[in-house]
Structures are given as structure tokens and as C-alpha cells.
Ligand binder design. Structure first.
Ligand code: FAD
Length: 374
């Protein structure tokens, strides 16, 4: 007998990962998506697992990101085993090149700060926060061409990537195989409550009742309940790449450059704009990415372009996630993951599942509470 019936609004990486977690714990679930599952921002992302390369400040959010980074190997191995699908998790390391002296100083200071925190701060003692400065001369030996301004770069060994599109395919195949109820092309219009308790979701195709609900509608969350989550648009392109041509993710102020493990493509991202839901790629956006690529690797200008696309990061007012209980009892939020939703899927699932199934309250829930906006 199922423990209870949960409705998950949104079948992106967050909704699907939570669906898998709660299904394993014995819940009966319905996933509702206005479009199709396995797409959303999650499909459009770069798939980087990059808390150090992102240059995050030393705080609880950084710790949250590191915990999730450390969960990724097991998380993806389990999914591969369960589904027989590859997801191309790759702890390739991420190189952050410096294009001028100021950037070099900033990157080296950041790297040293991480190293020192990793050694001396008890809160971070379980994480590997190593990094290394690699000189231009060394990089010249590795890459076919190197932008003339690059002075060298900081390499973070523990950062990496997953092929987010393959991961979504695998998660989707999991929920289909387990016969989890999936309602696609079903837009949720609102939440129905009774005496302050969750009752049902109101959709354009009628209402769906449940014991509890998880709202994981990404950048569209603010259309369903009144919390300040808004879209932060990002444009991406992909190019052809030869096998072994670029050996790891390159993350700079100009662009990030992501060779997939199987070298099926080179993904380049991403612009960041607050323009609401404004679909399409722009000349400006694509040019910025191409310049970022060729400033890093000039020889890439001769490569074929494969694809252009765009997506909407779910950003909150302080750009931190919104996770946990809401003012309506049995309505849980798992949204606002902004630039790091792929990275944060495993830990988000963990704290939401533990909250629902065991009543266990992670200390992170206070930091990510919706109440901070009101
Ligand atoms: C260009 C770009 C690059 C990125 N790169 C990275 C990266 O390298 N690493 C990283 O960790 N993160 C990255 N991110 C961020 C990451 O993609 C997001 O944080 C993450 O995908 C959010 O996942 P989600 O499941 O919350 O949202 P989504 O994947 O957007 O899923 C939300 C789902 O909810 C559905 N939905 C919305 N409204 C309704 C409704 N009313 N009714 C029913 N269904 C609804 C949507 O159709 C969608 O399927 C990137 C994002 C972008 C845009």
C-alpha cells in the first residue's frame, strides 16, 4: 500500500529527481507538466557541476552546493544501473582561464581562499577544495590554439559535468518504467486548499487531488503561487568537436565551454538576461558566445555550428533556492535553483524526501524558506 498520494508540479530535473526519490520511499505520485516532462530549463542547461569554478562565496549555500557535488557520482551511477541509460557524468575538472592580470589575481586569490577554508575551517573539512594555477606555457602544450590574452588558469579538479539531456532522458525512462502517473500538456492554474491545507491542484483539464504537493515549476513558479521567482534567460550554442580536442570544461568570464564525455558536441554558454519570457536566440547573444569561444580557442572559428537554444533559469530575489514547507500545509516548494539546478538536484531531493517521509528538517530549510521574502 502506498504511503500517500503526492502531486509534483513540473517535470524538470528537480521534479523528476524528487519523483524518483519519493517513489522509492513508497509514495503514489502524479507528475503534472504544462509541456512535456524532461525538458524545461533543465534540458537547456550546460550540466556543469561547478561550485568552485562559479566562484561562490564561502557560506552555507556553497556548502550545500559542495554536498550535492559530492553526491553526484553515486546519484548518476544508481540511475545508470536502474535504467541502463548512460548520463555521461564526468569529473573532468574545470579550468578557469584569466584574460588579464586583474582576473589572474582574482582567480588565484579565490583558489587560495578555497584551499585555506578546506584546510582550516571545520565546516568544510570533508570537502576537497583543492585547485592549481596552470601557466600559459603549460596550457599551450595541451590545446591546439590558445587565445592571445590568456595568462594561464586555475584548475579545480573536483568540479565536473553531467550530460543533463541524457540525465533527463534517464530520469524520464525511470518514471515511465515505474508507471508513475504522468499528465503532460496539463497546465496547473492554481492550488486548491481547504482550511489552510493542500487539497488539489487546479489544472486546465480539471482538478487533481492528493495528500501533498511539490511545486517544482522552475521559472514559472510565480505564476502558480505568489512568491518572487522570475526567469533569467540564457542562450546557448553547440559546435562540432574532435575527440579529445578539449579535455575539460573551460569556465571564464567570457563563456563556458563544455566538451561532452562522448565528444558528440561542444556546448557553449551562456548569456544571462532579465527579459522575462522572451523566446528565441538573438544575434547579440550568439555573437557573445562565439566571441567567448574564439577568444579562448581561436582555431574553433573553423568549426561547424550544430545548434542554438535558450532557456529560463528560475531566479529568486536573492538568487538562492526556495525549498521546504509553504504556508499551505502539505504544499512543499522546490524551486529557484537559478544557475545551479542540475548540480543541486540530488541534495534537493534528499532534503525534500526526508522532510515529507520522515518529518526530518534539514538545517538548510531555514536558509531556503519562502518566508525570507515577506
Ligand atoms: C542556459 C542555462 C544554462 C544552465 N547551466 C547550468 C549548469 O551548467 N549547471 C547547473 O547546475 N545548472 C544550470 N542551469 C540552471 C538549471 O538549468 C536550472 O536551475 C534547473 O534546470 C531548474 O530545474 P527545474 O526542474 O526547477 O526547472 P525546469 O527544468 O524549468 O522545469 C520546470 C518544469 O515545470 C513545468 N511547468 C511550469 N509551469 C507549469 C504549470 N503551470 N503547470 C505545469 N507544469 C509547469 C515546465 O514545463 C517544466 O517542465 C542553467 C540554466 C540555463 C537556462
Amino acid at each position: 500500500m502506498a504511503k500517500g498520494k503526492g502531486i509534483i508540479i513540473g517535470g524538470g530535473i528537480i521534479g523528476l529527481t524528487i519523483a524518483r526519490g519519493l517513489y522509492k520511499r513508497g509514495y503514489d505520485l502524479t507528475i503534472v507538466d504544462k509541456d512535456v516532462i524532461g525538458k524545461g530549463a533543465s534540458w537547456t542547461a550546460g550540466g556543469m557541476l561547478a561550485p568552485q569554478s562559479e566562484g561562490l562565496d564561502i557560506d552555507d549555500f556553497f556548502k550545500f552546493c559542495l554536498e550535492s557535488r559530492d553526491m553526484y557520482k553515486d546519484f548518476t551511477e544508481e540511475i545508470v544501473e536502474e535504467t541502463g541509460k548512460k548520463v555521461n557524468y564526468w569529473k573532468c575538472g574545470i579550468l578557469c582561464p584569466a584574460f588579464d592580470e586583474m582576473e589572474m589575481e582574482y582567480l588565484i586569490n579565490k583558489m587560495n581562499e578555497y584551499k585555506s577554508v578546506g584546510k582550516n575551517n571545520i565546516e568544510f573539512k570533508n570537502f576537497n577544495l583543492n585547485g592549481e594555477w596552470i601557466d600559459r606555457s603549460e596550457l599551450e602544450n595541451i590545446y591546439t590554439s590558445l587565445g592571445k590574452d590568456i595568462l594561464g588558469g586555475v584548475l579545480y579538479y573536483e568540479d565536473g559535468q553531467v550530460d543533463n539531456q541524457l540525465l533527463l532522458e534517464a530520469l524520464k525512462s525511470y518514471v515511465i518504467r515505474e508507471k508513475i502517473d504522468i499528465r503532460e500538456k496539463t497546465k496547473v492554474l492554481g492550488i486548491i486548499e481547504e482550511n489552510g491545507k493542500f487539497e488539489a491542484v487546479k489544472t486546465e483539464n480539471g482538478k487533481i487531488e492528493g495528500d501533498f504537493c511539490i511545486l517544482s515549476a522552475g521559472a514559472w513558479t510565480g505564476e502558480i503561487i505568489d512568491i518572487p521567482i522570475f526567469p533569467i534567460k540564457g542562450e546557448m550554442i553547440s559546435m562540432e568537436i574532435d575527440i579529445g580536442e578539449i579535455d575539460r570544461v573551460i569556465f571564464s568570464s567570457k563563456a563556458y565551454i563544455i566538451p561532452r564525455l562522448d565528444y558528440s558536441k561542444l556546448v557553449i554558454g551562456a548569456t544571462e538576461e532579465r527579459v522575462g519570457f522572451k523566446d528565441g536566440n538573438t544575434v547579440k547573444g550568439v555573437m557573445k558566445l562565439m566571441k567567448g569561444l574564439t577568444d579562448t580557442f581561436p582555431h574553433m572559428e573553423h568549426k561547424d555550428i550544430k545548434e542554438f537554444w535558450f532557456g529560463y533559469r528560475p531566479g529568486s530575489l536573492d538568487l538562492l533556492p526556495v525549498i521546504g514547507e509553504y504556508k499551505i500545509e502539505n504544499l512543499f516548494l522546490a524551486t529557484g535553483h537559478y544557475r545551479n539546478g542540475i548540480l543541486l538536484a540530488p541534495i534537493t531531493e534528499k532534503i525534500i524526501s526526508e522532510l515529507i517521509d520522515e518529518g526530518k528538517k534539514s538545517p538548510y530549510l531555514e536558509l531556503f524558506s519562502w518566508k525570507r521574502f515577506f
